[in-house]
Design a protein around this ligand. Structure first.
Ligand SMILES: C[S@@+](CC[C@H](N)C(=O)[O-])C[C@H]1O[C@@H](n2cnc3c(N)ncnc32)[C@H](O)[C@@H]1O
Length: 270
């Protein structure tokens, strides 16, 4: 399985990413509970994408938010910042910046947050070192990464149907997305980054869709597999939906599609 970082072009799909937000909201709730942020805390959200879970936290902290989201993709940052402007949310802003090179002083944040970002970093260890560097002594972090390939059915289905049709350098990035999911890996990385006090817990949530059509509409609307689609010969494109649909059959209960996905929550202090 390729470990090449052929992740989606986040800049190009930024306007479409939000179709996933309701589906991954339960993971945001877990992180916010583990983060234990207080009004007035200075908080950084790494790889903040189109703004979650930072925006949810800002709404809850009302006028007491002091949150900065950073993301390497300018398009994602623009979408996040537009939400701040539209809602006139105080105390939160977004900047374009790689997690591996934060421009902030040492010991400058009380809390650090990151949902489904670390495993996508070009250099996850450097990103975690930076997260630790900018945290104040006594500060807390909470982050989530995806678990192993077999516990991530939707991504696994896509991998199966595309990878047999495409050269390795165009496969869906299953290996990268699940690169920190195996037992012990995230713990080792956090230790190497200098963290000594933390827990890593495996959790499951369900992607829930009204039907397979509903799921497939979401996949298409998000353009998350656009690179792979565009790389397919025309006569192969129409077969993808039906093949994925066959995998999905096992997950239809009472007419609804419920697909369990495993992820890891790491939380701790500096
Ligand atoms: C799956 S999205 C998650 C976005 C958001 N945290 C959420 O949960 O909705 C992954 C994000 O990681 C960002 N990303 C990837 N590599 C990065 C890096 N090295 N530094 C900062 N952000 C990065 C991408 O641009 C993308 O917005």
């Amino acid at each position: 399985m390729s470990t090449k970082n052929n992740q989606p072009d986040w800049d190009k799909i930024a306007e479409k990413f939000d179709v996933w937000l309701p589906h991954i909201a339960p993971v945001g709730e877990e992180l916010l509970a583990a983060l234990e942020a207080k009004p007035g805390d200075r908080i950084i959200d790494l790889a903040s994408g189109t703004g979650e879970p930072a925006l949810t936290l800002a709404r809850r902290l009302k006028g007491h938010a002091n949150i900065l989201g950073i993301d390497a993709a300018d398009g994602m940052v623009r979408v996040a910042q537009a939400k701040v402007t539209k809602e006139r949310l105080p105390g939160i802003s977004f900047q374009c910046m790689p997690a591996e090179q934060l421009v902030f002083n040492d010991n400058s944040f009380d809390r650090a947050l990151c949902r489904f970002g670390v495993m996508l970093f070009t250099d996850p260890l450097q990103g975690l070192k930076e997260m630790r560097r900018v945290l104040k002594p006594g500060g807390r972090f909470a982050l989530a990464v995806w678990s192993t390939p077999e516990t991530m059915p939707t991504m696994h289905w896509s991998y199966e149907v595309f990878s047999k049709r495409l050269p390795e350098d165009q496969h869906p990035p299953l290996a990268k997305i699940t690169s920190l999911g195996a037992p012990g890996l995230l713990e080792d990385l956090l230790n190497t980054a200098g963290f000594s006090s933390f827990s890593v817990v495996r959790k499951t949530f369900d992607y829930q869709f009204k039907s397979f059509d509903d799921y497939w509409d979401t996949v298409e609307a998000s353009d998350i597999l656009k690179q792979q689609y565009d790389a397919l010969p025309q006569n192969e494109r129409g077969k993808i939906r039906d093949e994925v649909g066959r995998f999905a059959r096992d997950f239809i209960h009472d007419g609804q599609l419920r697909i369990p996905h495993e992820y890891l929550v790491a939380a701790g202090g500096k």
